[in-house]
Design a protein around this ligand. Structure first.
Ligand code: PLP
Length: 409
């Protein structure tokens, strides 16, 4: 039950970790003059920035932390509204709340990513940023989103946690907005157990993000105080052991994406053409390939299909759907949603109600996730194949899907 990188843990990770253990250095900071110090975190950051095609990357302790760092670097805070889709992992929303800003929910479209047409309807004088989430490895409609952001002078924070390795129109996701977040938890494309990455092309955002992640320090310090601290930061650093695993995994990512595309194509081809069953719209064919999403014409058929194969529609799958976020529904923001501080009140409050996004409800009631690389019941993807599945297993899985989808007529 995990993401593709986790399934491929092997000797490469072991070698990198042993390298660290033998070096005698566990912190990301070590003695620059000591040849034993291995720079795993720093090397990971350099290679990750190169892979995504950005100037800067900072390895941090989680994807959630990465999102909070993005918001803090942009100076988003009390009274600011941030636009976010109603279908996303809770961390997109909770990071906005802990930045003391206000999440504003927007519909998704049949790509299961944020609907650009609805973004424009939800913009107010207080809107500061849009947080598109590349859900289930599918890039958002970034052209339209960047155009809207430009028109209204908004920041774009890409939540690329579920889409490491996906591209949109030739650019890696995470390299398009102002600043972006990735996750390295066990359900993601590549994993270090836990961890995250912040990336940006902007040197000033990089400096702020780095400082927030490391007690306000300037980038490129090696554990020694360099110059003055311009901001107040916290600690979201990762250590060399995590960096070592992340580095070994990063060097496998291209192979992972290729393999997922291959397996997904086989599964998709084998089940194409069933009446009343289509697929989620892909905003770019160079998505991750981690999930195959079926979209039924009719929600009752989707339900019946799920009963037959022993899975759930996305709508009923759990915590990635705003309707299932019991700790947010019924609340008004700004408020004290389990926050250790009181959020000041600025003007009208934003309210969160069940069924406030009818288009999202309708699509998710008809949508079923089949695992390809991410096997996760919490995502509604407990059924399907994994990156290790053989051709026979793919054929068997396709047969179960076809039979179930045909029987329910
Ligand atoms: C996984 C994920 C995160 C961050 O998760 P962490 O477990 O904190 O690394 C953020 N947003 C989305 C959409 C995610 O799927």
């Amino acid at each position: 039950m995990a993401g593709p990188g986790f399934y491929l843990f092997g000797n490469e990770e072991k070698k990198e970790v042993l390298d660290v253990l033998e070096s005698g250095y566990l912190s990301r900071y070590g003695s620059e003059n000591d040849p034993d110090f291995k720079y795993k975190v720093a090397t990971f950051e350099k290679e990750f920035a190169k892979y995504i095609g950005v100037n800067y990357s900072i390895a941090v302790s989680s994807g959630t932390g990465a999102l909070l760092i993005c918001l803090e670097a942009l100076g988003i805070g009390p009274g600011d509204e941030v636009i976010v889709p109603g279908y996303t992992f809770i961390a997109s929303i909770s990071s906005i709340i802990y930045a003391r800003a206000i999440p504003v929910f927007v519909e998704i479209d049949e790509s299961l990513t944020i609907d650009p047409d609805d973004i424009e309807k939800k913009i107010t004088k207080k809107t500061k940023a849009i947080m598109p989430v590349h859900m289930l490895g599918n890039p958002c409609k970034m052209d339209k989103i960047m155009k809207i952001a430009k028109k209204y002078n908004l920041y774009v924070i890409e939540d690329a946690c579920q889409a490491n390795g996906a591209s949109y129109k030739g650019k890696k996701v995470g390299s398009i907005g102002d600043i972006s977040a990735f996750s390295l938890n066990v359900f993601k494309t590549i994993s270090a157990g836990d961890g995250g990455v912040v990336v940006t092309n902007d040197s000033s955002l990089y400096e702020k993000a780095f400082g927030f992640h490391d007690q306000g320090h300037k980038p490129a310090r090696m554990g020694i105080e360099v110059g003055e601290r311009s901001i107040i930061g916290l600690n979201f650093r990762i250590n060399e052991l995590t960096g070592a695993v992340a580095l070994a995994q990063l060097r496998k990512i291209e192979k992972i994406i290729l393999t997922l595309h291959e397996k997904k194509k086989k599964l998709k081809d084998a089940i194409s053409g069933i009446e009343g069953v289509g697929f989620r719209e892909l905003n770019d064919e160079e998505e991750c390939g981690t999930i195959l999403t079926l979209i039924f014409d009719d929600k009752d058929r989707a339900e019946k299909f799920c009963k037959k194969v022993g899975t759930k529609t996305i709508y009923n799958s759990g915590w990635h759907v705003y309707n299932n976020m019991e700790n947010i529904l019924g609340k008004k923001m700004p408020t004290k949603i389990n926050c250790p501080f009181t959020c000041p009140y600025y003007g009208e409050k934003v309210e969160y109600k069940a069924h406030m996004l009818p288009k999202t409800d309708d699509i998710l009631q008809r949508a079923v996730n089949i695992s390809v690389g991410v096997v996760d019941e919490g995502l509604g993807a407990g059924f399907g194949i994994s990156i290790l599945s053989s051709d026979e297993e793919i054929v068997d899985c396709a047969a179960i899907i076809k039979n179930a989808a045909t029987e329910i007529f």
